[in-house]
Design a protein around this ligand. Sequence first.
Ligand SMILES: [Zn+2]
Length: 392
Amino acid sequence: MMEIKDLKKNFNQLKEILAYSNTGSDNELFISLYLLVNPKRVSKQEYTSKLNSMIVEKKSEIEQSQNYSSQQKKDVLDMLNLIKIFINEQYRPKSGKTLLLYAFKREIINIIELPFTIKSKLIIDPKPHTQILRTILSSTPKYGVLVLDREKAQLLTIYLGEIEDFIEAFVSDVPPKVNYRSQLAFKEKNILARIEEKLHHFFKYLNERLLAHLREFKFDYLIIAGRKDIIPQFLNYLHSFLQSRHIGSIFAEPDEPPSTIREKANKLIENFEKRQKDTLVDKLIDEYNTHGLGVLGIEGVVKALMMEQAKQIIFDEDFFAEGYVCQECGYISLKKENNCKYCKGKIVYYSDVTDEIIETALKQGCELVSVSGNQRLVEAGNIGAVLRFIAY
Ligand SMILES: [Zn+2]
């Protein structure tokens, strides 16, 4: 049985899928499945019956299609059966909201849970469907951790809670020597001075390298790890540009294993992200109250999305709302209308339109911020948007 992983644990395997490009010589088809499984919103019976009906529909579509060879049809039908058995018999939802599953070459190759609710859909294409995944990943910051010692240091990056990369290892060099005579004369005093000079030289060098990596977007935020006494010394050397990205420090021994560095860093990151999200909520409410570049409540957010004004959408992760969606153009309305007011298309009832909101936002390249436990946001209507411009 394949193990279900969350986005964090699975990033390295996902890289292959993100990098996949069909050069045209390969006739294999990819199946990408999004299935809403959030236990707060759907029961197992509901999501399995949703899946089964999507599969029935796809099967008849595939069977009738002229676009696939008989081998391709057979492979796809086999994979659909495999997915059906897997979801019905083995899969148990974890903490995520939407299951994303990829099947390829008659196998289920990856299963992850996404932190957002996304409308269930089954996509069969020569390439994996990665647009939503890419948007989620692109708004996730990367944290650089400098593990620091007097003699050596190492820069690694944490992405989605996991150590992603070891960027560079640094070793302290002996600085160029000057003034031999005075060294002989003040030998003892000078040994100490040389040690300090070496450290000074090393810290300056580290600072330059960090700055270069930041400018090359190797990380967005910086954490310093090291012994208690060395951290404040090094912080004095930190360039102001790096200082503005420094989110905190953690205490670590010089040869501490990466796993405990990661654990300590993740605690710091969690607190940092919580504070940052709270600040975003405060800014949104300020914008709403003063400059008007903020809207609060679902009605305002839907309107902003329909006008393509939204830059960032901030929402409580447990929030949902009923509404109506145009089958033709995707127009979202909270009130029942007979036909779409834009294209006269058919309007369909949704027990929850937040999926549509999130998907529309992702398509427009909006940043999505899902917040939990922020009372100010809940009181302001659970959802809001920061706008790019005000429409008159
Ligand atoms: Zn419409």
